[in-house]
Structure formats: structure tokens, C-alpha cells
Ligand binder design. Sequence first.
Ligand code: TXA
Ligand code: MG
Length: 290
Amino acid sequence: MAFPTETVYGLGGNALMSSAVKNIYSLKGRPADNPVIAHVMSLNDVAGDVIVNEAAKLLTDNFWPGPLTIVLARSHSCRICREASADTNTVALRSPKHPAARALLSAAGVPLAAPSANRSGKTSPTEARHVAESLGDEIMILDGGACEVGIESTVIDLSGDTPTLLRHGSITADMIVEKTGIRVVENKNAPKHSPGMLAKHYAPNLPLRLNAVDVKPEEALLAFGPDVPTGATAVLNLSETGNMSEAAHNLFAFMRRLDNGNYSAIAVMPIPDNGIGRAINDRLRRAALR
Ligand code: TXA
Ligand code: MG
């Protein structure tokens, strides 16, 4: 079943059940070596399943429920199925804030494995109809309106000695150090087991032309800020006031709206590379790879 979270829609199944998680991989066309996040009400729900450390306690105390995913080592008695971990000895955990996601988790009574509810490599869904467009014939969708944050959770690996950032999101490394004192190191080597940090992803059908300061007549324009170049037939502005959270909220939905055969490409204006802008630019760079 697909359900809303504050970041993007997830495609959920019982994380304790191999067959349910295998179904998720096959519906998405997801490579078997890309592990999925188990969603929980609280860290307590999985206390016996993972090796909980101080950093995990601090981060979850400060940022859960919310758009932060932590990766922890599996315990010997881990109930979360192997498929959810792919071929790693770790589990990614997140406690979503969206009331519908919480109601579903509470009713299910088990952790829910849930990747974003899109076909693997494609643009993530931030509205129920985005899920319907790609997976609608095969699954049930719980419609909770447009997702507030609009880009996927920050992923921090806490399974080793050094807390490592695997995926940028709306919770930034600066916010983490400020609230918890934990310094998160950015993983510069494309991590094998976090393909969200790798190569092509989030891709629309049209090519993206990044850092566009002008626009060609046949292009659609994904604008940002008050000063927009003229000449495009189609323009959607991520945020006229230059508000980065608004831009993140609109990013995938606007990319989808411009992604049609009427244009030769989507020109994207530059987005400042700080705060949540890091996460936006990360998505844009991967979406632009051909
Ligand atoms: O905001 C989100 O995180 C959304 C909503 C539905 O919660 N979910 C989401 O899932 O974005 P997905 O599968 O599209 O992305 C999960 C990311 C991937 O980059 C994956 O490689 C990484 O988390 N990941 C999952 N389990 C991991 C693990 N055990 N070790 C390292 N990375 C892991
Ligand atoms: Mg995804």
C-alpha cells in the first residue's frame, strides 16, 4: 500500500515479512542490492532488532518523528527481514511525522518497509496522483494530500565509528551539530549500499539543463527566485521569493508537470547550494544524468 509521509509517498509492506518486501522490490523494479527503510513509531519498537548507540538516541530524541533516517547494525535477533537490508548487516530506520503514516504504522503494529512509491530511478511522488500515474493499477493508495517537505529524508549512517551522511535532506549537518553536537561526515566515496547517493536517479523523461541563466523558446523553465529570464512558453517558479523550503516542496511536482513532449528540455535556474539547497541540488544533479 502507498501512503503519505511528510517527505514523499512511500510504498509500504510488513518489514518483518520477506515476501512483502520482495513484492515491493518487484513493483518498483528496484535492484535487490538497494536496501529499504523500515518505518517505525519509535526507536523502542525495534530496540531488540538493532544495536542502539548514544548517537542514535541523541538523534532520534531531537529529530524524530521527522525526516531523518538512521542506519544501525542488525542485532543477532533482528526480526526485520534480510531483504530489507539487501546484502548489508545494517537496517535503515525512520519515524515519519505525517499523521496518516503514524496511524497506519500504529494499526499495522509492525515496522513498515517503505521506499519512495515510484518506479526505481524515476521522479519521487509527492502527491497521491503521482503514485497512481506509475503504480496505480497494482496497489492501493492512501491519499493524504501533497507532502509538506517534498524531498526524501536525510540519511545518516550510525553503524560505524563516524556518523556519516549518506543522503542530503531537509535536516542538514549544521542543524544536527547545533542540536546534538554530533558532527556528521559527508561520504565522498559513492557508498555501495546507498544508491540514493549514486548516479542517475529521480529522472524525468526530458533532459534537464542545470544552472540555466537563459531559456530557449522550445524549453520549459523551472525557475527560482524573483528574477526570471523571459522567452519560455512554460514557466513554473519553485519559489518566487527564493524560499528554499518552498522550492523543495515544489521540486518533484513541478518537474513532473513540465516533463512532457511539448518541450525539448527543462531548463533549471541555479539554486543556492546551502541549507536544504544542498539536498535540492543533489536531486537535480542526479536527475540531469543521462
Ligand atoms: O523520506 C524518505 O526517506 C522516503 C519516505 C517514504 O520515508 N523513503 C525513501 O526511501 O526515500 P528510498 O528507498 O527511496 O530511499 C532510501 C535510501 C536509499 O538511498 C537507500 O540506499 C538508503 O536509504 N538505505 C536504505 N537502507 C540502507 C542501509 N541499510 N544502509 C545504507 N543505506 C540505506
Ligand atoms: Mg527513492
